[in-house]
Write a protein that binds this ligand. Structure first.
Ligand code: PLP
Length: 422
């Protein structure tokens, strides 16, 4: 059980420990999230515990960053060892981990070059810069005319450039002026893509192979493959944001692999470090990567020895523990169970997803609180999940979950749904 340490000036005597921690964040932190009222202090594998000692299945996995499970001992060991050796040198000097990690990343995902950053947003920013630079220097696009095609309902992060391509009002409102150079087309719409690609100033198509934040939307089978074919035909870079879908989550190493697509520019983050440390990366070929020269892009922490040690171990864990294969198998069980549940109730209208990136859609308007209230009930019954948008609940446990555990979780979901009163 955790103790609150420093006195909380907002606490009153009859507040629980959880309420005190929530009051502390509320009082001193920015209100840029709307968390479920649960205060976590410990994690192990698929489980997390709150400050009162209650145990939960984690069905968010830190937005798919904790694919390897909480506090994986091998990653923890690699991290501790590297912390005691060398953590940060900056890129002003070479270090003995970066090249090794870059080679590891390239061989693991099948690319020629890697550029490491920290957050997913930074990796996307890097991809935008690379696509533009390549557009001007290799494709011959006139100065400042480059266009990147993005799609409706995308989510690539929170920087001012990235939100300039967003169609989500809450992400964009009153954050203008916005960055030019993006054309937004509908997702999963090949004719719209064909039309947009007629513009010779297009340097990149920037998509997620499944839209996680938007509510786990999957394009129709064939869309990703056709997008790749059209990009090649029009000399346009296919930039795939696999920050959420990558590294085993959808039952393939990359979600692009469901359609045998190898993006020209691969954007990774989150599970690259198994939740230990912010690590992101962009992978591509020599032609694209080498358009960026010394001094033109970088980050003090990007590619530091600690990040490298953690990343190599986190990726090795995915392979050694066959987590991609497990995600595929556990995902099948999960969706089967949810489809069976849909036959017993009309509260769940849809289950969709691949591997262990799934969502259920609740039979209510997207403005209502029903999905939120269901998530509160899930929490009470020992399972943590959160609505993505309105009436859509994303369900994405760590990939280490066993079949016994996934059945136990489906039992919890079923019990809550069957007993839920609006
Ligand atoms: N891209 C995708 C597809 C994401 O889901 C996210 C985060 O949820 C990001 C980018 C942004 O990553 P970060 O929060 O690490 O900046």
């Amino acid at each position: 059980m955790a103790t609150l340490g420093q006195a909380v000036d907002t606490a009153t005597e009859n507040m629980t420990l959880s309420q005190q921690y929530m009051a502390l964040e509320d009082r001193y932190g920015a209100h840029n999230y709307h968390p479920l009222p649960v205060v976590l202090s410990r994690g192990n594998g698929v489980y997390v515990w709150d400050v009162e000692g209650k145990k939960y299945f984690d069905f968010l996995s830190a937005y798919s960053a904790v694919n390897q499970g909480h506090c994986h001992p091998r990653i923890a060991h690699a991290m501790i060892e590297q912390i005691q050796t060398l953590t940060l040198t900056s890129r002003a000097f070479y270090n003995d981990k970066l090249g090794e990690c870059e080679r590891y990343l390239c061989e693991y995902f099948g690319y020629e070059k890697a550029l490491m950053m920290n957050s997913g947003a930074e990796a996307n920013e890097t991809a935008i810069k690379l696509a533009r630079k390549w557009g001007y220097e290799k494709k011959g696009i006139p100065a400042n005319q480059a266009v990147i095609i993005a799609v409706e309902k995308n989510f690539h992060g929170r920087t001012t450039t990235i939100i300039s391509a967003s169609t989500d009002k809450s992400a964009t409102k009153n954050f203008g002026p916005y960055m030019p150079g993006f054309q937004i087309i509908p997702y999963d719409d090949v004719p719209a893509l064909e039309t947009a690609l007629k513009n010779p100033n297009v340097c990149g198509l920037w998509i997620e192979p499944m839209q996680g934040e938007a509510g786990v939307y999957m394009p129709q089978e064939g869309y990703l493959h056709q997008a790749q074919t059209l990009c090649r035909k029009n000399n346009v870079i296919l930039m795939m944001d696999e920050v959420q879908t990558g590294i085993g989550r959808t039952g393939k190493l990359l979600a692009s692999h469901h359609e045998n697509v190898q993006p020209d520019l691969l954007i990774l983050g989150k599970a690259l470090s198994g939740g230990f440390y912010p690590v992101s990366a962009v992978l591509t070929n020599d032609e694209i990567m080498l358009t960026i020269k010394p001094g033109q892009h970088g980050s003090t922490f990007g590619g530091n020895p600690l990040a490298c040690a953690v990343t190599m171990t986190a990726l090795q864990v995915i392979k050694d523990e066959k987590l991609t294969e497990n995600a595929a198998a556990m995902g099948d069980i999960f969706r089967q169970r949810m489809r069976a549940l849909m036959k017993k109730t009309d509260l769940v209208t849809l289950v969709r997803g691949k591997g262990l990136l799934n969502a259920i859609v609740i039979n209510d308007s997207s403005e209502s609180e029903t999905a939120w209230n269901i998530c509160l009930q899930f929490a009470e019954n020992g399972l943590l999940a959160k609505p993505t948008h309105g009436n859509i609940i994303r369900l994405a446990p760590p990939l280490v979950i066993t079949s016994e555990q996934i059945h136990e979780c489906c039992d919890i979901i079923e019990k809550v749904i069957m007993n839920f009163k609006k």
